[in-house]
Structure formats: C-alpha cells, structure tokens
Design a protein around this ligand. Structure first.
Ligand SMILES: [Fe+2]
Length: 199
C-alpha cells in the first residue's frame, strides 16, 4: 500500500499501549463497508463465562470485576461479513499496515469479527489476549453521541473512554482490560464495529 497515501488521510494519537486513529479508510471504502453492515442479517446472542475472572483473566485492580463475578456479553455477529474477501482485502491493504507501522510488529493472521450492538448490548471487562497480540476496533456508526452508551472504556493505568466515531479505529495491546458499556435505548442507530485480532 502507499504509506504516503495513508499518511495524508489518516492520523493517530498513541498513548501508552493504545492508540486512536481517525479517517482510517478512504471515504468511499468506509461508506461501502457501512452499507454492507447496515444491510446485513445479524445473529444476536449472549455469552456468559463463569470463572472467567478467576483464571488467566484475573484482574489485579479493585476497580475491575472480582473473581466471583461472571463475564458476559451480548451482541450481534455476522459470519458472512467476517469471511468476506473484499472486507478482508481492505483490512490487509489499509489497517494491518497501519498497525504494523505503529507497533513495529509484523502480523501473519487476522481473526475478524463483525459486530452490531443494539439497545442493551455490551461487553463486560475482558482482555483480548487469547485472540491476538494486538487488536483493533474500527467503527462504522455515524454521528454517535456521548450519551448513547456503547462507549469503549480502556483501563490502562487511568481509564480512557472512546466514542465509536465513523471511520475511526482504536488499536490496543492484548494485555489491556477494556469494556463496552451498554447501548442506550435512545441511540439512533446500532453500534457497528469491525474488530480484528492480529498475530
Ligand atoms: Fe475486546
């Protein structure tokens, strides 16, 4: 890919073990992806993992879930988008080189997840450390508001909160605990995101 072309369009701020990128994909590609997400058929589900916080996921912080709490999440997923060739090509053409450039790491595989979070859906605190070395979350909802919920809270020393802004992306190391807060009933659209776990 042209690193120069990407450097002209996008920008990022790195803060410790995570960073936030703006204008990740060319506008037309971001709009195409958004249209695919909006028209996709989503399968909603919930996940509960007792003992999640007792094993390798144990948090040292008293501000994160204790060992006797149960990890849970609720979300919609779409496998077709995850295995779509065009979407994977965009990831490998634009996103992976950006993450490699920034982290100085090379990656051979990317496990892709396409999510839609609607009212009440969320992810409790977790790390992505079993899924990859570095993960990214790329956002496709438009005009998100701070009080719509669905905020990414990253606990890295201090906590940082990210608004899921259209065509933006958060990149984080596998060790960092994070949460997605419940989407509020008044959110005007679901929270669409493409996540990738790189190894
Ligand atoms: Fe995660």
């Amino acid at each position: 890919m042209g690193q120069d072309e990407t450097a002209d369009r996008s920008s990022y701020q790195r803060d410790g073990a995570l960073s936030c990128h703006q204008n990740v994909l060319p506008e037309a590609a971001a709009e195409m992806l958004r249209a695919r997400f909006l028209s996709a058929q989503w399968r909603d589900g919930t996940q509960e993992v007792p003992n999640h916080y007792a094993g390798g996921m144990r948090f040292e912080s008293e501000e994160l879930p204790a060992e006797d709490e149960i990890f849970s999440s609720a979300y919609g997923r779409n496998n077709k988008l995850e295995s779509d060739r065009e979407i994977n090509a965009l990831i490998w053409h634009y996103i992976v080189p950006m993450v490699s450039h920034e982290t100085k790491k090379t990656f051979k595989t990317c496990m892709v997840r396409a999510y839609r979070l609607k009212e009440g859906q969320y992810f409790r605190a977790h790390r992505d450390h079993e899924a990859g070395e570095v993960s990214f979350v790329y956002y496709l909802s438009k005009n998100w508001r701070w009080d719509w919920g669905g905020l990414l809270v990253v606990i890295d020393g201090d906590s940082k909160v990210y608004l899921p802004k259209f065509n933006s992306m958060v990149v984080m190391d596998k060790t960092i605990p994070h949460v997605v807060t419940q989407v509020a009933p008044w959110a005007k659209e679901p929270r669409y995101m493409l996540a990738g776990f790189l190894k």
